[in-house]
Design a protein around this ligand. Structure first.
Ligand SMILES: [Fe+2]
Ligand SMILES: [Fe+2]
Length: 163
């Protein structure tokens, strides 16, 4: 069954939001890259790749449903941050915002009685819970570490081992 126009529109918007998130993470990776925290920079860069995958999953789905992919303009966020804590707070806020976009898309799929899109979007709903939690945990750990260089070094090493 071909996708409806309202669903096609909201999923195309979601592609742009995922690219926006990808670009934001890349920007945070760049900012952290000019600090001694190579591990956190690596973490952000992997997250950039994940966001691109989220965008491409939507891209494929729209085409599978005989819809038309439209690449919309998106914001190009750039950040100047001084600490990893600042970077993860930005990432957390970004994820919360994106969760709202996903929930809006899901609500529309209910309204449109589009069952395949409901199933498709459930993956994103679960993913958002995980991504918010990842950022939140990192914020808590960084807040606990405070200004202890030893603790920060350990956390950076852990972040750097992310695959
Ligand atoms: Fe995403
Ligand atoms: Fe995300």
């Amino acid at each position: 069954m071909k996708i409806t126009k309202p669903i096609e529109d909201i999923l195309n918007k979601q592609i742009a939001y995922e690219f926006e998130a990808a670009y934001a993470y890349l920007s945070l990776a760049a900012a952290l890259g000019s600090t001694p925290y190579a591990g956190f920079a690596h973490w952000m860069r992997l997250q950039y790749e994940e966001e691109l995958e989220h965008a491409m999953k939507l891209f494929d789905y729209i085409q599978e449903r005989q819809g038309c992919v439209k690449l919309l303009k998106f914001e190009y966020p750039t950040y100047t941050i001084k600490t990893p804590l600042e970077a993860f707070k930005i990432a957390y806020d970004l994820e919360v915002e994106n969760t709202q976009h996903i929930h809006d898309a899901y609500a529309l799929s209910l309204k449109e009685n589009d069952l395949p899109s409901q199933v498709f979007l459930q993956w994103y709903i679960t993913e958002q819970v995980e991504e918010e939690d990842n950022c939140q945990k990192m914020i808590e750990a960084l807040e606990l570490a405070g200004t202890s260089l030893g603790a920060l070094f350990t956390l950076d090493r852990q972040a750097g081992s992310r695959k």
